[in-house]
Design a protein around this ligand. Structure first.
Ligand code: IPM
Ligand code: MG
Length: 357
């Protein structure tokens, strides 16, 4: 098969982690006899610095012309600390999601046996937890208009907007994922307070009837945040709106031991994007210390979701498990002070794949 991918490293640790994922992608292609072509483009703060736009048209054109996008991270401290900045790196990521029509962000939350001791939760609570959070990605308060400040600067506002159509397509997609797993779906909202959430619930109750074999549960987001900590194993597939999903998945990721482990797939109308759920970790940029596993696992999702190449994705996961079992890991997840560089972890995984019989 011919794989034609766009590579968007972005900012901070983005280039280092994407390098490892790309090496792994190449190793898998060599192993299975696929040919890989890849082109890089700018996104985020580096794109603002180079061309004044965090998601340049040339980058969008490349994404549209590719079969999949492998994405690193975006964000830079000089923007975080400057609330008056007119263009922000994050706008690049949001513009990409919107222009590619990526309305569903799939975030699998899995635990890793060799990492359980790093979890802030007790082993018996977290061991075996395995659920999938499906986050709506192109609507809600991230995109609603108006957003801004009053003329006197004393008032600011964001608007949360959802249409019936936007809710229908994400909830239907979530039901389909639930059917592929345990036929259980938890729909998370704040219907006791928000009008958009009440529309979510109303639309979901209609769609529920189309999937009688799926057990549906409705849960308020504050309760969900609490239950993810108290009883993570009770969840299987969860679907929620954009901002709730952003917050709940950061929370969910750390119960598995490290934010550096969780991949994601963003799918929808045009080219799908595969990216780690963590950020650009600017303090570590260029130091070769960042954990590349979330990005490498995102490459596994890319093989599975974008190319339907299941054995390829499986071998990446196996190699990642083996690297952890062998203790070839970065400092965030190392035990006994024995840690390895980002590039060493990548190389070990590449060698594992190359040598696999
Ligand atoms: C994420 C990130 C982004 C988001 C930021 C960087 C805009 O936190 O992908 O979860 O909020 O969606
Ligand atoms: Mg986030």
């Amino acid at each position: 098969m011919n794989l034609n991918i766009a590579v968007l490293p972005g900012d901070g640790i983005g280039p280092e982690i994407v390098d490892q994922a790309l090496k792994v992608t190449q190793a898998i292609c060599d192993k299975f006899g696929h040919s890989l072509s890849h082109k890089q483009a700018l996104v985020g703060a580096c794109a603002i610095d180079a061309v004044g736009n965090p998601y340049p048209d040339t980058t969008h054109d490349l994404c549209m012309a590719s079969d999949a996008v492998l994405f690193g991270a975006i964000g830079a401290p000089k923007y975080d600390n400057d609330p008056s900045a007119k263009v922000r790196p994050e706008q690049g990521l949001l513009a990409m999601r919107k222009k590619l029509g990526l309305y569903a962000n799939i975030r699998p939350v899995t635990t890793f046996a060799s990492l359980i001791h790093k979890s802030p939760l007790r082993k018996d609570l977290v061991e075996g937890a395995d659920f999938m959070c499906i986050r709506e990605l192109t609507g809600g308060i991230y995109f609603g208009s108006p957003q801004g400040r009053s003329e006197d600067g004393l008032t600011a506002y964001d608007t949360c907007v959802y249409t019936v159509e936007e809710i229908q397509r994400i909830v239907r997609l979530a039901y389909k994922y639930a059917q592929q797993r345990s036929n259980k779906l938890c729909i998370v909202d704040k219907a006791n307070v928000l009008a958009t959430s009440r529309l979510w619930r109303q639309v979901s109750q209609e769609i529920e009837k189309e999937f009688p074999n799926v057990e549906t549960e409705y849960m308020f987001v504050d309760n969900a945040a609490m239950q993810i900590i108290q009883c993570p194993k009770r969840f299987d597939v969860m679907v929620t709106e954009n901002m709730f999903g952003d917050i709940l998945t950061d929370e969910a990721s750390v119960i598995t031991g490290s934010l550096g482990m969780l991949p994601s797939a963003s799918v929808g109308i045009h080219t799908s994007v595969f990216e780690p759920i963590h950020g650009s970790y600017p303090q570590a940029a260029g130091k070769d210390i960042a954990n590349p596993l979330a990005t490498i696992l995102s490459a596994a999702l890319m093989f599975e979701y974008a190319f339907k190449l299941m054995d390829e994705g499986k071998l990446i996961r196996e190699a990642v498990d083996a690297s952890m079992a062998a203790g070839i890991v970065t400092e965030d997840i190392a035990s006994d002070g024995k840690s390895h560089k980002t590039s060493e972890v990548g190389k070990w995984i590449v060698d594992y794949i190359a040598n696999k019989k």
